[in-house]
Design a protein around this ligand. Structure first.
Ligand code: FES
Length: 118
């Protein structure tokens, strides 16, 4: 039996917003120090809202699915709303129970997002 939900697997297999943006308003790169995996985020802000967002990188199913789910969630949202997305919300968005190591994977895209708007 699989430990991940169908939603996670679907986002891992068919990542939304995967790729890069040629001239992004902002770009951030973040490494997971425990495994060396990385996630890169590109975003275009228009009138302080996310008009386009893309991610890429290498990582486990959780980090990739989390990036896909997060980028989908923030499309069209204002910068102020992005700041409010916290760890608890992200875990709720993923909808699964995670151990401490997997939590780092799951939160990598969120950290990259916060770095992007800081
Ligand atoms: Fe590297 Fe999950 S094991 S990001």
């Amino acid at each position: 039996m699989n430990i991940y939900s169908e939603v996670i697997l679907d986002h891992y297999r068919y990542p939304r917003n995967f790729g890069s943006i040629k001239d992004p308003s902002k770009r951030s790169v973040l490494f997971n120090p425990s495994c060396g995996d990385k996630i890169e985020l590109d975003v275009i802000f228009k009138k302080d809202k996310v008009e386009e967002i893309k991610f890429r990188g290498q990582g486990c199913a959780i980090s990739q699915a989390s990036a896909s789910i997060l980028t989908d969630h923030v499309l069209g949202k204002a910068k102020d709303e992005l700041k409010k997305i916290d760890k608890e919300f992200m875990i709720k968005l993923l909808g699964i129970e995670l151990g401490p190591n997997r939590i780092k994977c799951a939160l990598l895209p969120l950290e990259a997002l916060h770095k992007l708007i800081s």
